[in-house]
Every structure is written in structure tokens, then in C-alpha cells.
Design a protein around this ligand. Structure first.
Ligand code: BG6
Length: 789
């Protein structure tokens, strides 16, 4: 009894101490758009929730605007604040007056201004007999201002010992991995990671914040379902009707990928895809699991995205950024991305991320569509929504807007009845006639928040309560940029598809996917596409049949060329398997064959993969898992999509005894032995080669005598470019092949193609000129860019 009484008293004491804490909130950029729309309201909300519990507050709105003008703006904003719905008007006026009393505007520019602010806070705390709990600095300013402000806070405005500092940062956090890293290092020199709260306001949206708790509370039902065996696909969508007018200077730098996909949609992707921690309230555990999911993301290729730009954008940029009429922006305002996650849970499941401005509707949602794995013997007339497994099964986290008009969590009734916290989520009332994702609302268990709250109000409360799991940790941020940066680089020169905007977009932005590739479903509207009217279309050309260096030449537009080559390889494979029971194919690496690998992976169902042996023409001396490894390219674009028995796959042994291509490890000899053992007469059925701009082929380089003649089947060579060490098939073994195909693509190859067409057999100068199969056939596959320039 006594102990309990002491405890209660002590608890009271502790609480009382905490209650005296004074919190200063400094809103930087207090007159700006974000502050006016959301942040002041969020701070008011914080005051309403916390002041009654004893904390004392002051709110310092700051900006570079002069004092008089700033005060006027702030006064207007404070006047427009709203109280919770059930507050009586008189009480609301009272509360607003209290809040206004505690709020001020001040200009904050120089380090001295920061020092003065700090002194004012200290004087106030002392005067009121309070204890300082901490200071929150909310940066609602453009990122170029971050460093100066951070320096001033750190040097002149940190609270004294015992009080905490929290700085809140708004995206964008860089525009690629390097700039994000730079910003992180810079800020890291002023603040501890635990002091920084990087906002992604989507993490404050009620439905997004509910994804992990939903997965946690419904573990039992979801355990067997949340995986590649049951999930057909996942759609993570944020459509907007507004465009970028008024923000083009920002938008030109970030585009839709930097503005929305790299942050909002990626965070949602992680919440859906990550393994569920045992304790979802542990921010360390959540971060650890997120990072693990980031590591499993398959790298994005140019073909993983479709991009668009609304037609009026270019004009807006010209006007707002004072660009000449000749200025063309390549910034995408729309993107559809196909993401794959290479882990056991998600392998093969397409995750579609899509966002855009000037679309036909405003809506955000995450839709998990389950596979239709049932056959219903009963007539459709008798299907009962709650029971029939033949109706669509889906879980939808409806973030907001759209037909439903607000946030909700929907679960098809034929899946399971979900459990959501009843204090904060209620069943949505029926809305006759409303259909969502093809089904009437009545087909779903549907829940919406009891009290709808704005994301910023929620996040501001989480900052106050130190709930770091609602914010972006630095490692998380960098992992996201690691994922997106290569795609941004590869799209840098891509012309986005133009779209008119709004309902007129029709089906122009619909896209479809196959394997790792996405493409628009419909051809572009010709009149919208910029470019010379007279440019020939691929269909204007026939595949050219001619000779090049006395051997057959196939020339076509890239797509046609690749299709033809893939067809020829398949035909060779079928022939070889019919005659000899197996097909030995040696493949080059690099970028040209990627499209070929993808074509073979996707479109060639008759390919006798089970009887095909895959060999490497050459390899870089890097571990096989290195992205630069040729084997890695083969693995990513072909092997993981086809069923080749693992004992038929023959990577080059460049990595032995934990060393790379050491002569004494005899990797080249080992590969040669493997060839001699498995390939009759060491004569491959087909060798696919490329041609470098310097005339190299395989990894046989000009002016390097290695591998051009002699007995060796496999050699170690040196490339002029990094990684310099290489392993390569020798010319003699290449020339022993039954068929050799040389694939040459792109304008960059034009010059060498012309040169090589005129020279004789001079492998020391141009190793490609030494390719002349002893008794096999050589065929050149060149696209029009390489052949005709
Ligand atoms: C912001 C983007 O992060 O999110 C804007 O910068 C976008 O371009 C906005 O319009 C969308 O947020 P919400 O909360 O309106 O869906």
C-alpha cells in the first residue's frame, strides 16, 4: 500500500517536473506557402493538445520579410486558424486569442538575430520561472538556405544543457545520391542525427501511417497472403489534377520522380514490402527492415519507366524562367515505373508506382491485388460477395480524395474481416452506387478515421513526442537515392511523351508491362510529338539484306534488329538441340546485348533453355555480383527469367581464392578446360560478339597481342578502360564456332563500322577484323544508326 502511495506521489512529481517544461517553436519561413497552408494550423493543434497538459509554449514565426509586413501576414494566418469541429465558437475564439498571444513574428537573418532570439527565450523562461524543455526549429525554407541557418542555430541558438534541440527539415533532400549525400554531410556537421526530423508528409497521412499497424494487427490473416504466391501486383498511385504552374523553377530541377516518387511513393513501397518487425513501434527495427527491403530492390533500367509531360508545361517554364521560345524541357511531369523486389517474399510481383500532374483526377492509393486462384463451379448469379473466391480479392489503402473523398482502408469481403483500432477507425457508411476498383463499396469491409487529421498536424505532434519512426532517417534517404539515381541519369535525355492534360489524356498515358519492361499501351499522338516532320518511321524501312566485310549483314531499326537476332538464335538453338541434344551459346556483356537478353527472356517460349549451355565471351575482373560484371548483366536480364539448369551455366572464373584474375590462380586455364570438356571440338554453336568504338571485340583490345592467335582458348587481357583486367575467349576459339553473330548498335559505332568495312584482316589494329570463322558462318547485325549514321 505504502509503496503504491509513494509511487503515485513520485509519478505525480515526475509529471509535475515535466509539465513545467517550456518549449519554443521557431518556424523558419513562417510567411511562406507551406507555413500558411499547414504549419501554423499544425502548431495550433499542438498547442491545443499539449498546453492543457501543462507544457508552456511560445511560437516564433520567422522569415526574411521585414517585421511590419511579416507581422501583417502572420496576423492574417492566425486569424484564419480553425478549431476542432466540436469546439463552441466562443471557446474557439478564446483559444485562438491565447495562441495569438504566444505567437510572434520576427525577422531572422544574421547570426546576431539568432543570438538575440536565444537570449529572448532564456530571458522569457527565467522571467516566467520556467524550465526550458527544448526548442523545435522547423525549416520551411528552400534547401539552399539550410546550411547557413543550420550554422547559425548551432553556433548561437542551441538551448542550454538539459534541454533538447529538434530541427525539422522539409524535402527536397538533394536531387540525386551525390547531392543528398553532400547535404547530409553538411547538416551532419551541425546537428546530431537524432536531432534531425526529415519530413515526408505522406508518412503523416492517416492511411499511410496505418499500413504497418494494419499488417501487424492482421498478422494472422496476412501471414499466408502477403507474398509472391498470392499477390498478383501492387499499385502505389498518386494522381493530381493540378499542374506545376508557379513552381516550375523547383519542378525543373526535380521532376515528378524527385518530387513524388523518390520520397512519398518509395516510403509507401517500403511499408508494404518490408518484412514486418516484431515490434513495429521500434524505430530502429523499422529502419533496419526498411533498409533490408531497399537492398532487395532490383535496379531500375531505362525500360522500367514511361515518362510524360503535360503540354502546357513547356510554355509555363519559358514564362516563369524567362527562357527563349526555342527552349525544350525534358522534365517529366508524369511517370509510371515498374519495380521488382528480388527476395523470396516478392520475387516476380510487379510493383507499379505512378504519379503525375495534370491528370484526370486527384486520388492516392495503394492497391494490393491478390491472384485469382479459384475456379467457381457455381453460376455467377449465385456468387455471394463475402464468400465467393471468384470475385476480385484486394486490400486498398485509400490515401484520399478520389471517388471516396477521404482516407479509408478497404478489404474485399471474400478475403477476411480486418481488425483496426476501434477508437480511431469506424466502418464507412454505405454510399449507394459507389464502385471502387470495379466493385461496389458493399463488397468491401471499409474503415475510415473517426477524426480526419491533416498530415502536418500529426507530424508536428510526433516531433513533439519524439516519434522518429514517422521521419526519414539519413540511411533511408540515401538508400532511396541509390535506387532512383541511375534511372534519373538514364532518363536525362529522354523525350517524355506529351499529354494534353485532364480528361483529354484519354488512354494516352496507359501503360503495360512485361517482364521488367514497361511501355505505353498506345502510340503517341503524332501532332503532339516534337521533332522533324520528315523523320522516317521504322515502318518506312525494310530490313536490309546486304554484305559487310564479305559476310551477310542484317540491318534494321533497333527493335526489329533485336527481334531478328533473337529469332535467329532461337532457330540455331532448336536446330542444335535437335541434332546434338544441346546448344552451346557464348554471350558478350556490355549494354548492346541487354535488349537482346530481354527479348530472349520474354518472347521466346520455344527456346530449348533446358538443353542450352550458357558461356561468357569475356568478363571483367570483378566479383560476379558486381554490377559491372558481364555475368551480372546476364543474370539480371536473362538468367533470372528463364529456366536454364544451373549446371549448364558457365560464368568465367575471374574470382578465385578471394583474388581477381591472378595469373597463378589459373582461371583462364580452368575455363579452357571446362570448354574442352563440355563443348565438342571446343566449337561453340553460336558466339555473340560486339564491336567497340576502337575496334575491339570480346576483351581483345587493339595493340595487345594476347589472344589473337596461338593455342590458348581463354586469355587474360588488359583493357584501356576500367576495370582494366579482363578474361576473354581468344580469337582462335571464337573462329572455331559454327556461327558468329556480331551485334553493332548506335550512332557511336558509325565511324568504326565505316572504318572496319574498308580494312583487311588486321587483328592487331582492329581485333574485330580477325573474326573469320574457320568453317562456320559470320553474320553482322547492325542497326541503322551504326550502319547508315
Ligand atoms: C508534395 C509535392 O510533396 O506533395 C507536390 O511537392 C504535391 O508536388 C504534393 O502536389 C501532394 O501532396 P498532397 O498532400 O496534396 O497529396
Amino acid at each position: 500500500m505504502l509503496t503504491a502511495a509513494v509511487c503515485v506521489a513520485l509519478l505525480g512529481c515526475l509529471q509535475a517536473q515535466e509539465l513545467q517544461g517550456h518549449v519554443s517553436v521557431i518556424l523558419l519561413g513562417a510567411t511562406g506557402d507551406l507555413a500558411r497552408k499547414y504549419l501554423w494550423q499544425g502548431l495550433f493543434q499542438l498547442y491545443l493538445e499539449e498546453a492543457g497538459k501543462g507544457h508552456s509554449f511560445r511560437f516564433h514565426g520567422t522569415a526574411l520579410t521585414n517585421t511590419k509586413q511579416g507581422q501583417e501576414i502572420i496576423a492574417k494566418v492566425l486569424e484564419s486558424l480553425s478549431c476542432p469541429r466540436d469546439t463552441a465558437p466562443g471557446r474557439c475564439a478564446e483559444l485562438k486569442a491565447q495562441f495569438q498571444q504566444l505567437s510572434e513574428y520576427r525577422r531572422l537573418k544574421t547570426p546576431e538575430d539568432y543570438l538575440a532570439l536565444s537570449k529572448d527565450i532564456e530571458a522569457w523562461v527565467q522571467h516566467e520561472g520556467l524550465q526550458e524543455a527544448g526548442r523545435i526549429f522547423y525549416f520551411s525554407v528552400p534547401p539552399f538556405a539550410y546550411a547557413d541557418i543550420a550554422r547559425s542555430i548551432n553556433s548561437s541558438c542551441r538551448p542550454g544543457p538539459g534541454a533538447w534541440l529538434r530541427v525539422v527539415l522539409e524535402k527536397p533532400f538533394g536531387h540525386d545520391h551525390r547531392s543528398a549525400q553532400q547535404l547530409a554531410t553538411e547538416l551532419g556537421s551541425f546537428f546530431q542525427e537524432e536531432e534531425m526530423y526529415r519530413v515526408d508528409h505522406y508518412l503523416g497521412k492517416q492511411v499511410v501511417a496505418q499500413i504497418l499497424p494494419f499488417r501487424d494487427q492482421n498478422r494472422k490473416a496476412l501471414d499466408g497472403l502477403w507474398n509472391r504466391h498470392h499477390v498478383e501486383r501492387v499499385e502505389i498511385i498518386m494522381k493530381e489534377t493540378v499542374d506545376a504552374e508557379g513552381r516550375t523553377s523547383f519542378y525543373e530541377e526535380y521532376g515528378v520522380i524527385g518530387d513524388v516518387l523518390q520520397n512519398h511513393l518509395t516510403e509507401i513501397l517500403m511499408l508494404v514490402a518490408m518484412e514486418l518487425p516484431l515490434d513495429i513501434s521500434s524505430s530502429e527495427a523499422v529502419l533496419g527492415h526498411k533498409l533490408q527491403a531497399f537492398r532487395a530492390l532490383r535496379g531500375l533500367q531505362r525500360g522500367s519507366a514511361v515518362v510524360g509531360q503535360y503540354q502546357a508545361y513547356r510554355g509555363q517554364v519559358r514564362r516563369e524562367l524567362q527562357k527563349p521560345d526555342s527552349f525544350h524541357s525534358l522534365t517529366p511531369t508524369f511517370a509510371g515505373i515498374l519495380v521488382h523486389i528480388d527476395n523470396l517474399r516478392w520475387e516476380g510481383v510487379p510493383f507499379i508506382l505512378m504519379s503525375g500532374k495534370a491528370l484526370d483526377e486527384r486520388v492516392g492509393y495503394v492497391r494490393i491485388l491478390f491472384k485469382d486462384q479459384a475456379y467457381c463451379a457455381q453460376s455467377e448469379k449465385r456468387w455471394v460477395p463475402a464468400q465467393s473466391h471468384c470475385l476480385p480479392q484486394q486490400i486498398i489503402f485509400y490515401i484520399g480524395h478520389g471517388e471516396l473523398g477521404g482516407p479509408a482502408v478497404l478489404v474485399s469481403r471474400n478475403l477476411f474481416r480486418p481488425s483496426l483500432p476501434s477508437a480511431s477507425w469506424k466502418e464507412v457508411e454505405g454510399q449507394p452506387g459507389l464502385r471502387l476498383f470495379g466493385r461496389p463499396l458493399s463488397d468491401y469491409y471499409a474503415y475510415s478515421p473517426v477524426r480526419e487529421q491533416d498530415a502536418y498536424s500529426i507530424l508536428i505532434s510526433h516531433i513533439f513526442h519524439r516519434r522518429k519512426d514517422s521521419f526519414i532517417a539519413m540511411e533511408n534517404l540515401l538508400a532511396s537515392w541509390v535506387f532512383w539515381t541511375p534511372l534519373l541519369d538514364s532518363l536525362a535525355h529522354e523525350v517524355p511523351r506529351l499529354y494534353p492534360g485532364g480528361a483529354e489524356n484519354g488512354h494516352l498515358l496507359d501503360f503495360e508491362f512485361s517482364g521488367s519492361h514497361v511501355s505505353f499501351s498506345q502510340p503517341p499522338l503524332e501532332q503532339l510529338v516534337p521533332g522533324p516532320d520528315s523523320a522516317p518511321m521504322p515502318s518506312d524501312f525494310q530490313v536490309l539484306g546486304a554484305k559487310y566485310r564479305d559476310s551477310p549483314l542484317i540491318s534494321a531499326w533497333p527493335e526489329e534488329l533485336i527481334a531478328r537476332l533473337a529469332g535467329d538464335i532461337e532457330a540455331a538453338a532448336v536446330r542444335a538441340v535437335r541434332r546434338f541434344g544441346e546448344f552451346h551459346l557464348a554471350l558478350s556483356g556490355g549494354s548492346s546485348p541487354v535488349a537482346l537478353f530481354q527479348q530472349l527472356a520474354m518472347g521466346h517460349y520455344g527456346f530449348p533453355w533446358a538443353h542450352t549451355h550458357l558461356w561468357l565471351v569475356d568478363e571483367r575482373c570483378v566479383p560476379l555480383w558486381d554490377p559491372e560484371s558481364n555475368f551480372q548483366g546476364l543474370q539480371a536480364h536473362l538468367l533470372q527469367h528463364v529456366r536454364v539448369p544451373y549446371y549448364n551455366i558457365h560464368p568465367m572464373p575471374v574470382h578465385r581464392r578471394q583474388r581477381l584474375c591472378a595469373e597463378e590462380d589459373q582461371g583462364a586455364q580452368a575455363y579452357a578446360e571446362e570448354i574442352s570438356t563440355l563443348v565438342t571440338n571446343s566449337s561453340f554453336d553460336l558466339v555473340l560478339l560486339g564491336m567497340g568504338t576502337d575496334g575491339h571485340t570480346a576483351s581483345l583490345f587493339p595493340q595487345s597481342p594476347v589472344g589473337l592467335d596461338g593455342e590458348q582458348l581463354v586469355v587474360l587481357t588488359t583493357s584501356p578502360s576500367s576495370p582494366r583486367r579482363r578474361m576473354s575467349l581468344s580469337l582462335p576459339v571464337i573462329n572455331r564456332a559454327r556461327q558468329v553473330a556480331v551485334l553493332v548498335m548506335g550512332r557511336m559505332k558509325r565511324e568504326i563500322a565505316l572504318l572496319v568495312s574498308r580494312v583487311g584482316r588486321e587483328p592487331r589494329k582492329w581485333p574485330i577484323s580477325g573474326v573469320r570463322p574457320d568453317s562456320g558462318q559470320l553474320v553482322w547485325y547492325m542497326d541503322y544508326d551504326a550502319f547508315l549514321g
